[in-house]
Design a protein around this ligand. Structure first.
Ligand code: FAD
Length: 501
Protein backbone atom coordinates (compact mmCIF):
# COMPACT_ATOMS: atom_id res chain seq x y z
CA UNK A 1 0.00 0.00 0.00
CA UNK A 2 1.19 3.54 -0.76
CA UNK A 3 2.40 5.40 2.28
CA UNK A 4 0.39 8.55 3.04
CA UNK A 5 2.42 11.74 3.42
CA UNK A 6 2.43 12.81 7.04
CA UNK A 7 5.65 14.79 7.19
CA UNK A 8 7.39 17.17 4.80
CA UNK A 9 11.04 18.10 5.28
CA UNK A 10 12.36 21.15 3.45
CA UNK A 11 16.14 21.27 3.17
CA UNK A 12 17.36 24.85 2.79
CA UNK A 13 16.20 28.26 3.96
CA UNK A 14 16.95 30.52 1.00
CA UNK A 15 14.25 32.11 -1.11
CA UNK A 16 13.19 28.69 -2.41
CA UNK A 17 13.01 27.05 1.02
CA UNK A 18 11.01 29.78 2.70
CA UNK A 19 8.69 30.27 -0.28
CA UNK A 20 7.99 26.52 -0.21
CA UNK A 21 7.52 26.53 3.56
CA UNK A 22 5.16 29.52 3.56
CA UNK A 23 3.10 28.26 0.67
CA UNK A 24 2.82 24.68 1.92
CA UNK A 25 1.94 25.83 5.42
CA UNK A 26 -1.05 27.60 3.93
CA UNK A 27 -1.91 24.83 1.51
CA UNK A 28 -1.72 22.06 4.11
CA UNK A 29 -3.48 23.96 6.90
CA UNK A 30 -6.03 21.68 8.52
CA UNK A 31 -4.31 18.49 7.36
CA UNK A 32 -2.39 16.49 9.88
CA UNK A 33 0.94 16.94 8.08
CA UNK A 34 4.05 18.38 9.73
CA UNK A 35 6.47 20.69 7.92
CA UNK A 36 10.09 21.04 9.06
CA UNK A 37 12.65 23.34 7.45
CA UNK A 38 16.38 22.84 8.04
CA UNK A 39 18.87 25.56 7.21
CA UNK A 40 22.45 26.32 8.07
CA UNK A 41 23.66 29.79 8.92
CA UNK A 42 27.27 28.58 8.39
CA UNK A 43 26.54 27.79 4.79
CA UNK A 44 24.24 30.75 4.24
CA UNK A 45 22.30 31.46 1.07
CA UNK A 46 23.37 32.44 -2.43
CA UNK A 47 22.59 36.04 -1.47
CA UNK A 48 21.31 37.27 -4.84
CA UNK A 49 17.95 37.17 -6.62
CA UNK A 50 16.44 40.60 -6.20
CA UNK A 51 14.46 41.16 -9.39
CA UNK A 52 11.15 39.43 -9.90
CA UNK A 53 8.38 38.89 -12.45
CA UNK A 54 4.75 39.94 -11.92
CA UNK A 55 3.87 36.39 -10.87
CA UNK A 56 5.34 37.21 -7.44
CA UNK A 57 2.25 39.31 -6.79
CA UNK A 58 0.06 36.22 -7.23
CA UNK A 59 2.24 34.32 -4.78
CA UNK A 60 2.03 37.07 -2.17
CA UNK A 61 -1.68 37.36 -2.78
CA UNK A 62 -2.13 33.62 -2.25
CA UNK A 63 -0.45 33.96 1.14
CA UNK A 64 -2.62 36.97 1.93
CA UNK A 65 0.36 39.32 2.36
CA UNK A 66 -0.41 43.01 2.40
CA UNK A 67 1.45 44.57 -0.54
CA UNK A 68 2.43 47.76 1.28
CA UNK A 69 3.68 45.83 4.32
CA UNK A 70 5.62 43.48 2.07
CA UNK A 71 7.26 46.39 0.22
CA UNK A 72 8.26 48.06 3.47
CA UNK A 73 9.59 44.83 4.97
CA UNK A 74 11.76 44.02 1.96
CA UNK A 75 12.87 47.55 0.97
CA UNK A 76 11.22 46.86 -2.36
CA UNK A 77 10.80 49.12 -5.36
CA UNK A 78 8.49 48.68 -8.33
CA UNK A 79 9.60 47.01 -11.54
CA UNK A 80 7.81 47.79 -14.79
CA UNK A 81 10.21 45.78 -16.92
CA UNK A 82 13.84 45.55 -18.01
CA UNK A 83 15.90 47.99 -20.02
CA UNK A 84 18.41 46.30 -22.31
CA UNK A 85 21.37 48.44 -23.27
CA UNK A 86 23.98 47.51 -25.88
CA UNK A 87 22.36 44.15 -26.61
CA UNK A 88 21.35 44.68 -30.21
CA UNK A 89 24.29 46.93 -31.03
CA UNK A 90 26.59 49.11 -28.96
CA UNK A 91 24.79 52.33 -28.08
CA UNK A 92 21.31 50.90 -28.75
CA UNK A 93 18.71 50.21 -26.06
CA UNK A 94 15.20 48.82 -25.83
CA UNK A 95 12.70 47.99 -23.09
CA UNK A 96 10.88 44.79 -22.17
CA UNK A 97 7.75 45.89 -20.29
CA UNK A 98 5.31 43.71 -18.36
CA UNK A 99 2.64 45.04 -20.67
CA UNK A 100 1.27 44.93 -24.17
CA UNK A 101 1.54 47.48 -26.94
CA UNK A 102 -1.25 49.71 -28.26
CA UNK A 103 -4.57 48.00 -28.72
CA UNK A 104 -5.94 45.64 -31.38
CA UNK A 105 -7.62 47.52 -34.22
CA UNK A 106 -10.31 45.93 -36.40
CA UNK A 107 -9.57 42.61 -34.77
CA UNK A 108 -5.94 42.66 -35.92
CA UNK A 109 -3.06 42.60 -33.45
CA UNK A 110 -1.53 46.01 -32.85
CA UNK A 111 1.95 44.97 -33.86
CA UNK A 112 0.84 44.21 -37.43
CA UNK A 113 -0.57 47.75 -37.71
CA UNK A 114 2.51 49.19 -36.12
CA UNK A 115 4.74 47.24 -38.50
CA UNK A 116 2.82 48.54 -41.49
CA UNK A 117 3.03 52.15 -40.26
CA UNK A 118 6.72 51.70 -39.52
CA UNK A 119 7.32 50.51 -43.07
CA UNK A 120 5.35 53.56 -44.25
CA UNK A 121 7.62 55.76 -42.12
CA UNK A 122 4.74 56.91 -39.92
CA UNK A 123 5.39 55.07 -36.65
CA UNK A 124 7.75 55.60 -33.77
CA UNK A 125 9.41 52.81 -31.82
CA UNK A 126 7.17 50.06 -30.45
CA UNK A 127 7.77 51.30 -26.91
CA UNK A 128 6.15 54.63 -27.81
CA UNK A 129 2.83 52.76 -27.77
CA UNK A 130 3.18 51.27 -24.29
CA UNK A 131 2.31 53.22 -21.15
CA UNK A 132 4.47 51.06 -18.87
CA UNK A 133 7.52 51.63 -21.07
CA UNK A 134 6.97 55.35 -21.15
CA UNK A 135 6.39 55.55 -17.39
CA UNK A 136 9.61 53.62 -16.84
CA UNK A 137 11.66 55.72 -19.25
CA UNK A 138 10.49 58.82 -17.37
CA UNK A 139 11.22 57.27 -13.95
CA UNK A 140 7.54 57.42 -13.06
CA UNK A 141 5.16 54.96 -11.50
CA UNK A 142 1.39 54.72 -11.15
CA UNK A 143 -0.81 51.80 -10.28
CA UNK A 144 -2.30 50.29 -13.42
CA UNK A 145 -5.99 50.63 -14.01
CA UNK A 146 -7.40 47.29 -15.03
CA UNK A 147 -10.14 49.04 -16.97
CA UNK A 148 -10.77 46.82 -19.94
CA UNK A 149 -12.33 49.68 -21.87
CA UNK A 150 -8.93 51.28 -21.98
CA UNK A 151 -6.31 48.66 -22.82
CA UNK A 152 -3.58 51.31 -22.74
CA UNK A 153 -3.85 51.57 -18.95
CA UNK A 154 -3.61 47.81 -18.39
CA UNK A 155 -0.13 46.70 -17.42
CA UNK A 156 1.52 44.60 -14.81
CA UNK A 157 4.40 45.15 -12.45
CA UNK A 158 6.80 43.24 -10.25
CA UNK A 159 9.32 44.22 -7.58
CA UNK A 160 12.98 44.55 -6.83
CA UNK A 161 13.48 43.41 -3.27
CA UNK A 162 16.02 42.42 -0.65
CA UNK A 163 15.93 38.63 -1.04
CA UNK A 164 17.23 38.01 2.46
CA UNK A 165 14.54 40.25 3.95
CA UNK A 166 11.92 38.45 1.84
CA UNK A 167 13.05 35.05 3.16
CA UNK A 168 12.90 36.47 6.72
CA UNK A 169 9.41 37.82 6.09
CA UNK A 170 8.22 34.46 4.78
CA UNK A 171 9.90 32.68 7.65
CA UNK A 172 7.81 34.68 10.08
CA UNK A 173 4.68 33.76 8.14
CA UNK A 174 5.60 30.07 7.96
CA UNK A 175 6.62 29.74 11.61
CA UNK A 176 3.39 31.38 12.70
CA UNK A 177 1.56 28.81 10.58
CA UNK A 178 3.33 25.96 12.40
CA UNK A 179 6.44 25.25 10.33
CA UNK A 180 9.23 23.95 12.56
CA UNK A 181 12.65 25.45 11.79
CA UNK A 182 15.92 23.72 12.63
CA UNK A 183 19.18 25.61 12.39
CA UNK A 184 21.87 22.99 11.76
CA UNK A 185 24.14 21.74 9.02
CA UNK A 186 23.06 18.43 7.51
CA UNK A 187 25.99 16.05 7.51
CA UNK A 188 24.45 12.89 6.05
CA UNK A 189 21.46 11.82 3.99
CA UNK A 190 20.08 8.34 4.60
CA UNK A 191 18.66 6.61 1.53
CA UNK A 192 16.59 3.43 1.89
CA UNK A 193 18.39 0.41 0.49
CA UNK A 194 15.24 -1.25 -0.77
CA UNK A 195 13.23 1.52 -2.37
CA UNK A 196 15.87 4.21 -2.89
CA UNK A 197 13.75 6.85 -1.10
CA UNK A 198 15.29 9.37 1.25
CA UNK A 199 14.50 8.15 4.76
CA UNK A 200 16.07 10.88 6.85
CA UNK A 201 18.75 13.52 7.10
CA UNK A 202 21.29 13.54 9.87
CA UNK A 203 22.32 16.81 11.46
CA UNK A 204 25.77 17.73 12.65
CA UNK A 205 24.62 17.45 16.27
CA UNK A 206 23.60 13.84 15.63
CA UNK A 207 19.84 14.35 15.44
CA UNK A 208 18.09 12.41 12.69
CA UNK A 209 15.11 14.00 10.94
CA UNK A 210 12.89 11.56 9.09
CA UNK A 211 10.25 12.50 6.54
CA UNK A 212 7.84 11.18 3.94
CA UNK A 213 8.37 13.92 1.34
CA UNK A 214 11.63 15.87 1.05
CA UNK A 215 11.90 19.18 -0.75
CA UNK A 216 15.45 19.94 -1.81
CA UNK A 217 15.97 23.71 -1.60
CA UNK A 218 19.66 23.40 -0.81
CA UNK A 219 20.72 25.62 -3.70
CA UNK A 220 23.53 24.74 -6.07
CA UNK A 221 24.66 22.06 -3.57
CA UNK A 222 21.69 19.85 -4.52
CA UNK A 223 22.25 17.97 -1.29
CA UNK A 224 19.42 15.49 -1.82
CA UNK A 225 18.58 15.42 -5.52
CA UNK A 226 22.17 15.45 -6.76
CA UNK A 227 24.43 14.22 -3.99
CA UNK A 228 22.14 11.61 -2.43
CA UNK A 229 19.90 10.54 -5.34
CA UNK A 230 22.43 11.16 -8.13
CA UNK A 231 19.95 12.67 -10.56
CA UNK A 232 21.88 14.00 -13.55
CA UNK A 233 21.95 17.49 -15.00
CA UNK A 234 21.31 18.74 -18.54
CA UNK A 235 24.18 21.12 -19.23
CA UNK A 236 23.02 23.92 -21.53
CA UNK A 237 26.24 25.92 -21.69
CA UNK A 238 26.46 25.30 -25.43
CA UNK A 239 23.33 27.48 -25.68
CA UNK A 240 23.84 29.77 -22.71
CA UNK A 241 27.60 30.12 -22.28
CA UNK A 242 27.81 32.48 -19.30
CA UNK A 243 28.98 30.53 -16.26
CA UNK A 244 30.02 33.09 -13.66
CA UNK A 245 28.63 36.05 -11.79
CA UNK A 246 29.95 38.63 -9.37
CA UNK A 247 27.52 40.59 -7.22
CA UNK A 248 28.18 43.80 -5.27
CA UNK A 249 25.57 46.00 -3.59
CA UNK A 250 26.33 49.72 -3.50
CA UNK A 251 24.94 52.90 -2.03
CA UNK A 252 22.19 54.35 -4.16
CA UNK A 253 22.85 57.83 -5.41
CA UNK A 254 20.70 58.19 -8.50
CA UNK A 255 16.91 58.29 -8.68
CA UNK A 256 15.46 54.84 -8.15
CA UNK A 257 14.42 53.52 -11.53
CA UNK A 258 11.19 51.49 -11.74
CA UNK A 259 12.97 48.92 -13.88
CA UNK A 260 15.97 46.61 -13.92
CA UNK A 261 18.84 47.47 -16.21
CA UNK A 262 20.68 44.83 -18.17
CA UNK A 263 23.72 46.29 -19.86
CA UNK A 264 25.63 44.09 -22.28
CA UNK A 265 29.39 44.31 -22.00
CA UNK A 266 32.43 42.78 -23.59
CA UNK A 267 31.88 39.16 -22.52
CA UNK A 268 28.47 39.09 -20.87
CA UNK A 269 26.33 41.70 -19.19
CA UNK A 270 25.71 43.47 -15.93
CA UNK A 271 22.58 44.09 -13.91
CA UNK A 272 21.52 47.12 -11.92
CA UNK A 273 18.63 46.62 -9.51
CA UNK A 274 17.54 49.61 -7.41
CA UNK A 275 16.13 48.92 -3.95
CA UNK A 276 14.95 51.55 -1.50
CA UNK A 277 18.09 51.41 0.63
CA UNK A 278 20.79 50.35 -1.87
CA UNK A 279 21.42 49.28 -5.43
CA UNK A 280 22.10 45.67 -6.38
CA UNK A 281 24.74 45.22 -9.06
CA UNK A 282 26.30 42.25 -10.69
CA UNK A 283 28.07 41.05 -13.72
CA UNK A 284 27.33 37.80 -15.55
CA UNK A 285 30.09 36.60 -17.83
CA UNK A 286 31.64 33.69 -19.63
CA UNK A 287 34.90 32.58 -18.02
CA UNK A 288 36.27 31.42 -21.38
CA UNK A 289 36.39 35.08 -22.42
CA UNK A 290 36.85 37.06 -19.22
CA UNK A 291 38.71 36.42 -15.98
CA UNK A 292 37.26 36.90 -12.52
CA UNK A 293 39.62 39.80 -11.79
CA UNK A 294 38.80 41.55 -15.09
CA UNK A 295 35.08 41.19 -14.39
CA UNK A 296 35.46 42.43 -10.80
CA UNK A 297 37.49 45.47 -11.80
CA UNK A 298 35.09 46.30 -14.55
CA UNK A 299 32.04 45.99 -12.28
CA UNK A 300 33.55 48.06 -9.48
CA UNK A 301 34.23 50.79 -12.02
CA UNK A 302 30.55 50.92 -13.01
CA UNK A 303 28.91 51.36 -9.58
CA UNK A 304 26.71 54.39 -8.84
CA UNK A 305 27.95 54.70 -5.27
CA UNK A 306 30.34 53.19 -2.73
CA UNK A 307 30.31 49.37 -2.57
CA UNK A 308 28.60 48.04 0.54
CA UNK A 309 30.15 44.57 0.59
CA UNK A 310 32.96 42.54 -0.90
CA UNK A 311 32.32 41.10 -4.35
CA UNK A 312 30.42 37.79 -4.14
CA UNK A 313 31.68 35.40 -6.83
CA UNK A 314 29.23 32.74 -7.99
CA UNK A 315 29.96 29.96 -10.49
CA UNK A 316 27.11 28.16 -12.21
CA UNK A 317 26.25 25.81 -15.02
CA UNK A 318 23.21 26.84 -17.03
CA UNK A 319 20.83 23.92 -17.36
CA UNK A 320 18.39 21.83 -15.42
CA UNK A 321 18.13 18.74 -13.32
CA UNK A 322 17.06 15.77 -15.48
CA UNK A 323 14.24 15.01 -13.07
CA UNK A 324 13.11 17.61 -10.60
CA UNK A 325 11.01 15.03 -8.76
CA UNK A 326 12.69 11.69 -8.12
CA UNK A 327 11.59 9.10 -5.57
CA UNK A 328 10.29 11.07 -2.55
CA UNK A 329 12.34 14.19 -3.28
CA UNK A 330 11.32 17.30 -5.21
CA UNK A 331 13.96 19.90 -6.08
CA UNK A 332 12.99 23.55 -6.09
CA UNK A 333 15.11 26.63 -6.76
CA UNK A 334 18.78 26.40 -7.65
CA UNK A 335 18.84 22.70 -6.71
CA UNK A 336 16.57 22.12 -9.72
CA UNK A 337 18.55 24.14 -12.26
CA UNK A 338 19.55 27.62 -13.28
CA UNK A 339 19.12 29.61 -16.46
CA UNK A 340 21.11 32.72 -15.58
CA UNK A 341 19.30 35.83 -14.35
CA UNK A 342 18.86 37.78 -17.59
CA UNK A 343 15.05 37.83 -17.39
CA UNK A 344 14.78 37.38 -13.60
CA UNK A 345 13.00 34.06 -14.03
CA UNK A 346 14.28 31.94 -11.13
CA UNK A 347 11.88 33.07 -8.43
CA UNK A 348 8.96 32.65 -10.83
CA UNK A 349 10.22 29.13 -11.51
CA UNK A 350 10.34 28.45 -7.78
CA UNK A 351 6.70 29.50 -7.67
CA UNK A 352 5.89 27.24 -10.54
CA UNK A 353 7.65 24.31 -8.87
CA UNK A 354 5.70 24.94 -5.67
CA UNK A 355 2.41 25.15 -7.53
CA UNK A 356 3.08 21.69 -9.01
CA UNK A 357 3.67 20.32 -5.51
CA UNK A 358 0.31 21.76 -4.48
CA UNK A 359 -1.44 20.42 -7.53
CA UNK A 360 0.00 16.91 -7.23
CA UNK A 361 0.55 16.74 -3.48
CA UNK A 362 0.91 13.04 -2.57
CA UNK A 363 -1.60 12.99 0.27
CA UNK A 364 -2.21 9.28 -0.20
CA UNK A 365 1.29 8.39 -1.31
CA UNK A 366 3.55 9.06 -4.27
CA UNK A 367 2.30 7.83 -7.65
CA UNK A 368 4.83 7.57 -10.44
CA UNK A 369 2.37 8.90 -13.01
CA UNK A 370 2.09 12.15 -11.05
CA UNK A 371 5.85 12.36 -10.62
CA UNK A 372 6.25 11.98 -14.39
CA UNK A 373 3.69 14.69 -15.04
CA UNK A 374 5.38 17.16 -12.71
CA UNK A 375 8.70 16.44 -14.38
CA UNK A 376 7.15 16.96 -17.80
CA UNK A 377 5.63 20.31 -16.77
CA UNK A 378 8.85 21.53 -15.16
CA UNK A 379 10.94 20.47 -18.17
CA UNK A 380 8.59 22.29 -20.50
CA UNK A 381 8.79 25.48 -18.51
CA UNK A 382 12.57 25.34 -18.34
CA UNK A 383 12.87 24.74 -22.09
CA UNK A 384 10.54 27.60 -22.98
CA UNK A 385 12.37 30.05 -20.74
CA UNK A 386 15.69 28.75 -22.03
CA UNK A 387 14.59 29.63 -25.59
CA UNK A 388 13.50 33.10 -24.55
CA UNK A 389 16.85 33.80 -22.91
CA UNK A 390 18.83 32.37 -25.84
CA UNK A 391 16.97 34.78 -28.11
CA UNK A 392 18.73 37.69 -26.40
CA UNK A 393 22.12 36.25 -27.25
CA UNK A 394 21.51 34.82 -30.70
CA UNK A 395 19.66 37.82 -32.11
CA UNK A 396 22.37 40.33 -31.33
CA UNK A 397 24.19 41.98 -34.18
CA UNK A 398 27.25 42.57 -32.02
CA UNK A 399 30.45 41.06 -33.35
CA UNK A 400 32.84 43.46 -31.66
CA UNK A 401 34.36 40.89 -29.26
CA UNK A 402 35.13 37.16 -29.42
CA UNK A 403 32.30 36.51 -26.93
CA UNK A 404 29.65 38.12 -29.13
CA UNK A 405 31.10 36.43 -32.21
CA UNK A 406 30.70 33.15 -30.34
CA UNK A 407 27.05 34.01 -29.60
CA UNK A 408 26.39 34.51 -33.30
CA UNK A 409 27.59 30.98 -33.99
CA UNK A 410 25.37 29.26 -31.40
CA UNK A 411 23.26 26.50 -32.95
CA UNK A 412 19.97 27.37 -31.30
CA UNK A 413 17.26 24.81 -30.37
CA UNK A 414 14.82 23.89 -33.16
CA UNK A 415 11.88 25.18 -31.11
CA UNK A 416 13.42 28.65 -31.11
CA UNK A 417 14.46 28.49 -34.77
CA UNK A 418 10.87 27.67 -35.70
CA UNK A 419 9.48 30.51 -33.67
CA UNK A 420 11.84 33.10 -35.10
CA UNK A 421 11.38 31.90 -38.68
CA UNK A 422 7.59 31.86 -38.42
CA UNK A 423 7.73 35.44 -37.23
CA UNK A 424 10.22 36.57 -39.85
CA UNK A 425 8.63 34.85 -42.81
CA UNK A 426 4.91 35.19 -42.03
CA UNK A 427 4.60 37.58 -39.08
CA UNK A 428 3.06 34.92 -36.79
CA UNK A 429 4.11 35.15 -33.18
CA UNK A 430 3.16 31.91 -31.48
CA UNK A 431 2.91 31.04 -27.80
CA UNK A 432 3.84 27.43 -27.14
CA UNK A 433 2.36 25.29 -24.36
CA UNK A 434 4.00 25.87 -21.01
CA UNK A 435 5.36 29.24 -22.01
CA UNK A 436 5.74 31.77 -19.18
CA UNK A 437 6.33 34.81 -21.37
CA UNK A 438 3.51 36.37 -23.31
CA UNK A 439 3.76 37.15 -27.02
CA UNK A 440 4.31 40.82 -26.23
CA UNK A 441 7.44 39.91 -24.28
CA UNK A 442 8.80 38.05 -27.29
CA UNK A 443 7.83 40.98 -29.46
CA UNK A 444 9.73 43.42 -27.30
CA UNK A 445 12.95 41.41 -27.67
CA UNK A 446 12.45 40.62 -31.36
CA UNK A 447 11.72 44.22 -32.27
CA UNK A 448 14.46 45.47 -29.94
CA UNK A 449 16.86 43.28 -31.90
CA UNK A 450 15.40 44.62 -35.18
CA UNK A 451 13.92 41.27 -36.18
CA UNK A 452 10.69 42.03 -38.02
CA UNK A 453 8.43 40.16 -40.44
CA UNK A 454 9.59 40.32 -44.04
CA UNK A 455 6.17 41.49 -45.21
CA UNK A 456 3.32 43.45 -43.73
CA UNK A 457 0.48 41.17 -42.66
CA UNK A 458 -2.36 41.27 -45.22
CA UNK A 459 -5.05 41.90 -42.62
CA UNK A 460 -3.23 45.05 -41.51
CA UNK A 461 -3.39 46.49 -45.04
CA UNK A 462 -7.16 46.94 -44.92
CA UNK A 463 -7.31 50.07 -42.80
CA UNK A 464 -7.14 53.36 -44.76
CA UNK A 465 -3.64 54.74 -44.38
CA UNK A 466 -4.66 58.10 -42.96
CA UNK A 467 -6.92 56.50 -40.38
CA UNK A 468 -4.12 54.19 -39.24
CA UNK A 469 -1.63 57.01 -38.87
CA UNK A 470 -4.15 59.10 -36.95
CA UNK A 471 -4.96 56.24 -34.58
CA UNK A 472 -1.29 55.70 -33.82
CA UNK A 473 -0.91 59.39 -33.06
CA UNK A 474 -3.93 59.25 -30.76
CA UNK A 475 -2.47 56.29 -28.88
CA UNK A 476 0.83 58.09 -28.45
CA UNK A 477 -0.98 61.20 -27.29
CA UNK A 478 -3.06 59.26 -24.73
CA UNK A 479 0.12 57.64 -23.40
CA UNK A 480 1.89 60.99 -23.13
CA UNK A 481 -1.08 62.27 -21.12
CA UNK A 482 -0.96 59.21 -18.86
CA UNK A 483 2.74 59.78 -18.21
CA UNK A 484 2.05 63.47 -17.54
CA UNK A 485 -0.47 62.60 -14.81
CA UNK A 486 1.87 60.15 -13.04
CA UNK A 487 4.34 61.17 -10.35
CA UNK A 488 7.89 59.96 -9.93
CA UNK A 489 8.64 56.44 -8.77
CA UNK A 490 10.50 57.80 -5.76
CA UNK A 491 7.55 60.05 -4.82
CA UNK A 492 5.15 57.11 -5.09
CA UNK A 493 7.27 55.03 -2.74
CA UNK A 494 7.80 57.88 -0.29
CA UNK A 495 4.10 58.51 -0.14
CA UNK A 496 2.76 54.96 0.00
CA UNK A 497 5.33 52.40 1.02
CA UNK A 498 8.56 53.86 2.34
CA UNK A 499 10.48 51.29 4.41
CA UNK A 500 10.68 52.32 8.06
CA UNK A 501 7.79 54.82 7.74
P1 FAD B 1 20.16 29.30 -1.70
O1 FAD B 1 19.80 30.71 -1.53
O2 FAD B 1 21.57 28.98 -2.01
O3 FAD B 1 19.74 28.53 -0.38
C1 FAD B 1 20.25 27.26 -0.08
C2 FAD B 1 19.88 26.90 1.34
O4 FAD B 1 20.27 25.56 1.59
C3 FAD B 1 20.56 27.77 2.38
O5 FAD B 1 19.67 28.07 3.43
C4 FAD B 1 21.67 26.87 2.91
O6 FAD B 1 22.04 27.18 4.21
C5 FAD B 1 20.96 25.52 2.83
N1 FAD B 1 21.89 24.39 2.82
C6 FAD B 1 22.73 24.00 1.83
N2 FAD B 1 23.44 22.93 2.23
C7 FAD B 1 23.04 22.64 3.49
C8 FAD B 1 23.41 21.67 4.47
N3 FAD B 1 24.38 20.78 4.26
N4 FAD B 1 22.79 21.69 5.65
C9 FAD B 1 21.81 22.58 5.93
N5 FAD B 1 21.43 23.54 5.06
C10 FAD B 1 22.03 23.56 3.86
N6 FAD B 1 16.42 34.97 -9.40
C11 FAD B 1 15.47 35.85 -9.71
O7 FAD B 1 14.29 35.50 -9.72
N7 FAD B 1 15.79 37.15 -9.98
C12 FAD B 1 17.06 37.57 -10.05
O8 FAD B 1 17.31 38.75 -10.28
C13 FAD B 1 18.09 36.63 -9.82
N8 FAD B 1 19.38 36.99 -9.90
C14 FAD B 1 20.35 36.03 -9.73
C15 FAD B 1 21.68 36.34 -9.95
C16 FAD B 1 22.65 35.35 -9.84
C17 FAD B 1 24.07 35.69 -10.13
C18 FAD B 1 22.30 34.05 -9.42
C19 FAD B 1 23.34 32.99 -9.24
C20 FAD B 1 20.99 33.74 -9.18
C21 FAD B 1 20.00 34.71 -9.35
N9 FAD B 1 18.67 34.41 -9.18
C22 FAD B 1 17.71 35.32 -9.47
C23 FAD B 1 18.28 33.11 -8.66
C24 FAD B 1 17.94 33.25 -7.18
O9 FAD B 1 19.05 33.79 -6.50
C25 FAD B 1 17.56 31.91 -6.61
O10 FAD B 1 16.58 31.30 -7.39
C26 FAD B 1 17.00 32.08 -5.22
O11 FAD B 1 17.85 32.83 -4.42
C27 FAD B 1 16.75 30.75 -4.59
O12 FAD B 1 17.94 30.16 -4.17
P2 FAD B 1 17.79 28.83 -3.34
O13 FAD B 1 16.89 29.08 -2.19
O14 FAD B 1 17.47 27.74 -4.29
O15 FAD B 1 19.30 28.56 -2.86
Amino acid sequence: MDKATKSVVIVGGGTAGWMAAASLSKFLAGHDISITLIESADIGTVGVGEATLPAIREFNHYLGLDEVEFIKATNATFKLGIEFQNWHQLGNSFFHPFAGYGAPMHGVDFYHHWHRAKVEGAAGELGDYCLATQLAMNNKFAQPSMNNNNPLSVFNYAFHFDAIAYARYLRQFAEQAGVKRIEQRISKVHVGVENGDIESVELQDGRVIAGDLFIDCSGFAGLLIKKALHVGYDDWRHWLPCDSAIAVPCQSVADITPYTQSIAMESGWRWRIPLQHRTGNGVVFCSDYMSESQATDWLLGQLDGEPLADPNVIRFITGKRQKMWHKNCVAIGLASGFLEPLESTSIAMIQNGISHIHQFFPFAGIKQIEVDEVNRLNDLQYERIRDFIILHYCATQRIDTPFWQHCQRIDIPDSLKHKIELFKQRGHLIKYDGESFERDSWLSILSGMAIMPEQVETSAQMMPQQQLHQQLQQIQHAIEQGVGFAGSHAAFINKHCKAGA
